[in-house]
Ligand binder design. Structure first.
Ligand code: WQD
Length: 337
């Protein structure tokens, strides 16, 4: 068997996926330009997995660098995590988002065609369902009604990949639509490291618990949900990572494009997450209600039944596990700084 190329391999989801693939006996090559992660992550992946994967520092849109990788290793599949991912920033810098995210997908497809690599697993997002889809989201619902340029880059890349697979019957494309990944590896060695003020809920909560920020702003308490705060499908990043292992196995036996939701199928409100964090860690999270954040949908969660039926995968970890592992990582990350 050849190697699996992980673009964004030292990022949050890429690093956890690298660990799970290595532990399952797969060889991986990590590619990352370190624009939103650190080189030390590659070494820590190796420490957890008991073997060190090769790391290449390069931009996933850089065709010369990609050719080098495909010449140096027998790449049998690509899992494409690399990309800009801040929703708010994408509205301020749309061209940078379209250029960066679309270019890397195209460069990878062109390089794969040149080297006869036929399997492409893509990090997509539940954001492609948009506000018109009823919950729970199912893979066969019409997508594309995204609320940000970031979301539109995900949807556009999905469409590019579908077209590429339709034109080339030997290509196997798997689109994985992630819900809200949180948590960290239970070793406390790898996790999410936002730069600056966190945009996402869990990194903000752990920074409040660590005393780095005075309180959490809960964006909106008048949504039509059970307690007025938004509901999301939070999934442990290790469960999510294992979903990629299952998707790789699927891609080996199939052709064409297949879409899978990677979520738990269960939603929790912001206040439920705050409460679960306090109970799981013993750390209170002071909060106050703040105005709604533009673009937030009241409630969404996955219908996770297709991934279970077809891939034999489902999320196993609880919200308490997610909170404990996020908190352990926050404490470790602080020690490293
Ligand atoms: C969750 C809930 C907030 C911060 C986004 C992207 C998605 C994916 C993951 C990845 C919401 C509330 C948050 C805070 C709060 N992108 N909140 N106070 O918006 O569901 O998903 O991140 O690359 O595509 O859209 O996740 O964690 O930002 O927010 O009250 O300080 O927490 O309003 O209801 P979201 P989130």
């Amino acid at each position: 068997m050849g190697s699996v190329l992980l673009t964004g391999g030292t990022g949050f989801i890429g690093s956890h996926t690298a660990v799970e693939l290595l532990l399952a006996g797969r060889d991986v090559v990590l590619l990352d330009d370190l624009s939103n992660s650190e080189a030390g992550v590659a070494e820590r992946i190796g420490r957890i997995a008991g073997r060190q994967p090769p790391f290449v520092r390069a931009d996933a849109a850089d065709r010369r660098a990609l050719r080098r990788v495909f010449l140096d290793w027998d790449i049998e599949a690509v899992v494409h995590f690399a990309g800009f991912k801040a929703v708010g920033e994408s509205a301020a810098r749309p061209l940078a988002y379209y250029r960066n995210n679309l270019d890397s997908a195209l460069s990878l497809l062109e390089t794969m065609a040149e080297f006869g690599c036929r399997r492409f697993i893509f990090s997509s997002s539940a954001t492609v369902y948009g506000e018109r889809c009823p919950v729970p989201y199912r893979e066969d619902m019409p997508a594309g009604d995204c609320s940000s340029p970031y979301g539109r880059t995900k949807y556009m890349i999905e469409e590019i990949l579908k077209d590429a697979a339709a034109a080339d019957g030997s290509l196997s494309v798997v689109l994985l639509r992630y819900f809200n990944p949180i948590g960290a590896h239970e070793s406390g060695l790898i996790g999410e490291k936002p730069s600056g003020i966190p945009n996402n809920l869990m990194p903000y909560i752990t920074q409040v618990a660590a005393g780095l920020r005075p309180r959490l702003n809960v964006f909106g308490n008048d949504y039509p949900t059970r307690d007025g705060t938004c509901v999301r499908d939070y999934i442990h990043v290790t469960d999510l990572a294992r979903g990629h292992l299952a998707a790789l196995g699927f891609a080996e036996a199939h052709r064409g494009t297949e879409i899978f939701n990677l979520g738990t199928g269960r939603g929790f409100s912001v206040l439920e997450v705050v409460r679960a964090f306090g109970e799981a860690t013993g750390q209170p999270v002071p909060f106050e209600f703040a105005p709604r954040r533009p673009g937030d949908l009241p409630e969404f969660y996955a219908d996770a039944s297709k991934a279970e039926a077809v891939l034999g995968w489902r999320a196993e970890k609880s919200l308490a596990d997610m909170c404990r592992d996020s908190w352990r990582w926050q404490q470790n990350a602080l020690k490293q700084d």
